[in-house]
Write a protein that binds this ligand. Sequence first.
Ligand SMILES: [Zn+2]
Length: 68
Amino acid sequence: MKISVKFCPNCGSMNIKWVNPQMWSIWRCWDCGYQGAVVVEDREIADAIRKNYLNKIENEGNGSSEDK
Ligand SMILES: [Zn+2]
C-alpha cells in the first residue's frame, strides 16, 4: 500500500492541510503560511526545500513576523 504524503513547496513542512474540504485543491501550510494548489509529494525534494528554508530563515535572523 502506498501512502501519499504531501509537503509544503515553500518550506518542506508536512504540516499542510486543505483550507476547506470543499475547496480541496487549495492547500495551506500551517508552518509558513503558504497557500496554493501546488504541493510536493517527494520526500527527497521536500527535504531539500526544508533545508533551504531553514537556512534562509536563519540568515534573516529570528523573529519571523517582526517588522523592525
Ligand atoms: Zn510551508
